[in-house]
Each structure stands twice: as C-alpha cells, then as structure tokens.
Design a protein around this ligand. Sequence first.
Ligand code: GLY
Length: 371
Amino acid sequence: MSHRHLVDVALGDRSYPIHIGPGLAGEVGTLLQEHLASGKVLVIADEHVAQLHGRRVVDALVESSLKVHLETFPRGETSKTLEQAERLWRACAEHRIDRSDTVIALGGGVTGDLAGYVAACWMRGVRLVQMPTTLLAMVDSSVGGKTGVNSAAGKNLIGAFKQPTCVIIDTELVATMDDREYRAGLAEVLKYGVIKDAGFFAWQEAHAAELAARDPDAVARAVAVSCRIKADYVSEDEFEQGARAQLNYGHTFGHALERETGYREYLHGEAVGIGMRMATRLSRDLGLLPDDGLAQRQDALLAAYHLPIVHRAADPAAVARRLAGHCRLDKKVAAGRTRFILPLRLGEVALHDSPEEDAVIAAFASAIIGG
Ligand code: GLY
C-alpha cells in the first residue's frame, strides 16, 4: 500500500489541503484540477530543481491539458531579491498571467518564499501552489503562507502572508537532496516533537536510523506529522500574534549563530539544532525546565541525525558575548524585545521575553567549545 497522508490547514474559506506521499509529482495535474480556475499555470523553480524535477512536473501538468510556462532563476539564497521578483513579474506579464491563473513554486525554501511573494503581489494576488522539494520546505516553509525576499535592511523583512490553495509534497524528492541539507531538515522535524508532541519525539527516537537513511515510509510519516502540527499553529494564529512564534524554538540562538558565521558555516537547520540545545540550557538556568532528561534526549536525537551539537570557536567566551550582542541587535526589529522560546517539558514550550544578558551568554557558552 502506498503511504499517503492528507492534512488540512483550517482557515475558513481559505482552508487548503496538504497532499503528502511518494510519487505525487507525477500526479500534480490531477491533484490540482479542483484548485485551478483557469487552464494556465506558471511554474517557478531554480535552475538546479528545474533540471532535476522540472520535466516530470511539467509533463504531468501538460497531461492534464494545462498550458504550462516554466521560469527559472539561479540557485541559492542570493536570488531571494526584489530584482529576481521583478524579473519574474516581467515573465508573468509576458505569459499574460492573470487573476484566474496559478503560480506553482517548485523547490526549497528560497523558491517558496520568492515565488510566493511574486504570486502575492502580481495583480494584487494570484493563486499559489507550493510544491516543496527539500525536507525543510516540506515540513516548514511551504505551509503557512510566509513569503518574501531579502534586502539591505535584512533577511525576510519584505514580504507578505500568502496562503497557498494547495500544497503537494512528493516525499520521494528527498532522494535527490544532498546529505547535509537533508539532515538539516531533520532538525526542524525534531523541533516539532519538542514543542508540541512528546509521542512524536519518542517515535523519532525509535525510528531515527530509518529517518537518517531516508526510509520512504518513515519520511512520509515524519513529514505528515510535522505538517499536521504546523497546520494547527497556522490555523490558530495565522499572522503570528501569539502561539505561532513557538515554531521559532531554537531560532533566536540559531539566527545569532548564522549571523556570527556570515551565513557560511551552517545551514539553517544545523544552526537551529545547536540553538535548541542553547534554549534548553537557558530554560534550565531560569528554573523553567526541570532536570527531566529532555536535554540528554534532544542531544542524542540530534546526534542520531548526524547534526552538529556544538559550535567551535578559538575564544568561546568572547564569541558567546558577541552572540548575545547579535540578539540585542535583533531587538530593533522585534519591538524592543529579545524573545526566546523555551522548553518547559517535552511537548511544551513557552515564550520568554528579555532574560538577563548573563543567562543568555551562559546559554550560548554551553554549546561552544574551543578549537
Ligand atoms: N517558519 C515558522 C513559521 O512559518 O511561522
């Protein structure tokens, strides 16, 4: 039997399905039928993904009698710009994409954000379908409607909430990811267990080897549970006024680490993995998390996923202080607050505002070693 899952994002008349399972890229035309209002779609993908999966997706759409245009852009975060968006809007004009047509974002997080933003703005909004091709995009960025581009002002500061009309996740596509990128996606899967679902965390502990080896059933199940948890957050708090911020567990520390290392040393998920360890330490030091084994279990699962669990630096104390400084800088864009999502026990986290700087420095220092 094929292992397919269907998750609903409940948002009233903007609710949408997430189809999850192996081989769905070949069925995209059929799956989309009820979500399209015209016979024309624009597929946006980076050059690498277009080469890997473009033909199959375009063929499946054409088989369903759709008129398909494919637009590509250079691979990488450096393409998440207004310049690329502008180029894609010109392509929308060339292909006469109108309000009845649909943009399909085929790719990882960069593509989902860029193509999603293009769809959000073109003619003040055209239909968007997310087709993630990386584990990170499957379990996080393709669901929930965050889109945007980077600018001189900072990462992701220009953007829009644009919910898709459908998300199609072909879990087989993780087979073409490189090892490091795949494992970085597992950090976000682990995150869902800690923030919301102790049973899911225990399931991951029992199936870590299968997940690390990309066993198709284990991957499909992990993606489905992750999407279900994310969908619940999005339904409850679409615009991140409250609970949705819990999805940022490990991210304040992780972002500081990414910034400190010039976005070159770590993939996002790797930095978040180390960040989750730091958040756990801060929670312990603030007396919010009892010594209940969560820290050890989280470390063990990160290791089972072959993720880095410490940051190496020549002068750990100085780096810890600098990292805490990066969090202070973040305050400027977070209305004067440094917000940390801290675990209270396995399956439950809470937002903590502006803890003492010394405690933050100690938390950073706990996962930095000399060398
Ligand atoms: N990536 C976190 C969110 O979508 O809210």
